[in-house]
Design a protein around this ligand. Structure first.
Ligand code: FES
Length: 220
C-alpha cells in the first residue's frame, strides 16, 4: 500500500518529505498558521470596507419623510408668472438645507399634465437637471436659465436648449385654508409624467427610466 493511503502516516512534515519542512512541524500547524493569516487579512479588509460601504449605500435605502411647508397665501401666486420662495429641503443643517422653489397657480391653458389635488399649484425646483446648478427664472424671456452650461427650460420646466436630460423636478402642492404648502419632490419625463425623485443627469425618457430606476427609499 502506498504511503499516501497508510493508516499510520507520520504527522511530521519532515517524515513526509514535504519541501521546506522543519523538524517537529506538522501539517496541522501549517494549516493553522495559513488559516490565521487569511482570517486576520479578511478581518482587516472588512474593518475598513464595511463602514465605507455603509456610508456609501446607506442614503440610498434611507426613506425621506414627507414634509409640507407653507410658502404663502393662495392670492400671492398668479397663473402666468412664477414667484420664487425659499423652503427647507433638509432640516437641521441651516441654510445649506434650503432651496428655492418657483411657484405659480395652475393654468389650464398651458398645464396639460395630470391634474389632481396635489398639483393645484405648480412648484418647480431650481436644481438643474444636468448637474444640479441653481437655475433662475427670467420673466422677460419666460425661460429658466442655468448659468453653468447654458441649460434653458421653457415655462413648464421642459428643456429647450443645452445639456439637461430631463425637465426640472417638481414638488407636490396643496392648499390648507388660505395657504399654499409645498411638499415632496418628484421628477418628470418630457411628457411631464411623474416619477420618484431622481438625481441630476439621470434621463427619464425611453430606456432612461430603466437605466436609472428609483432609489429603494425614494417615495413617488
Ligand atoms: S448644470 Fe445646468 S446646464 Fe449644466
Amino acid at each position: 500500500m502506498s504511503d499516501k493511503h497508510s493508516k499510520h502516516r507520520s504527522k511530521y512534515t519532515l517524515d513526509r518529505q514535504i519541501p521546506g519542512a522543519f523538524e517537529g512541524e506538522t501539517i496541522t500547524r501549517r494549516r493553522f498558521m495559513t488559516g490565521s493569516a487569511n482570517a486576520a487579512g479578511a478581518i482587516a479588509t472588512l474593518s475598513f470596507t464595511l463602514p465605507a460601504l455603509g456610508l456609501a449605500l446607506g442614503p440610498i435605502f434611507k426613506s425621506t419623510p414627507h414634509r409640507w411647508e407653507t410658502v404663502g397665501k393662495v392670492d400671492d401666486f398668479a397663473e402666468n408668472n412664477y414667484v420664487p420662495v425659499v423652503m427647507t429641503l433638509t432640516p437641521g443643517i441651516g441654510e445649506a438645507g434650503n432651496t428655492t422653489v418657483y411657484v405659480r397657480k395652475r393654468n389650464p391653458a398651458i398645464d396639460t399634465d395630470r391634474h389632481d389635488r396635489d398639483t393645484e399649484f405648480i412648484a418647480i425646483s431650481d436644481r438643474c437637471a444636468h448637474l444640479g446648478c441653481p437655475v433662475r427664472w427670467v420673466d422677460a424671456a419666460e425661460r429658466f436659465i442655468c448659468p453653468c452650461h447654458g441649460g434653458v427650460y421653457n415655462l413648464l420646466g421642459i428643456p429647450v436648449g443645452g445639456p439637461p436630460p430631463r425637465p426640472l423636478d417638481r414638488f407636490y402642492t396643496r392648499v390648507v385654508g388660505e395657504y399654499v404648502q409645498v411638499g415632496p419632490r418628484f421628477s418628470v419625463d418630457s411628457e411631464l409624467r411623474r416619477f420618484s425623485p431622481r438625481y441630476p443627469a439621470e434621463p427619464l425618457d425611453g430606456i432612461g427610466q430603466y437605466l436609472y430606476p428609483a432609489r429603494p427609499g425614494a417615495q413617488k
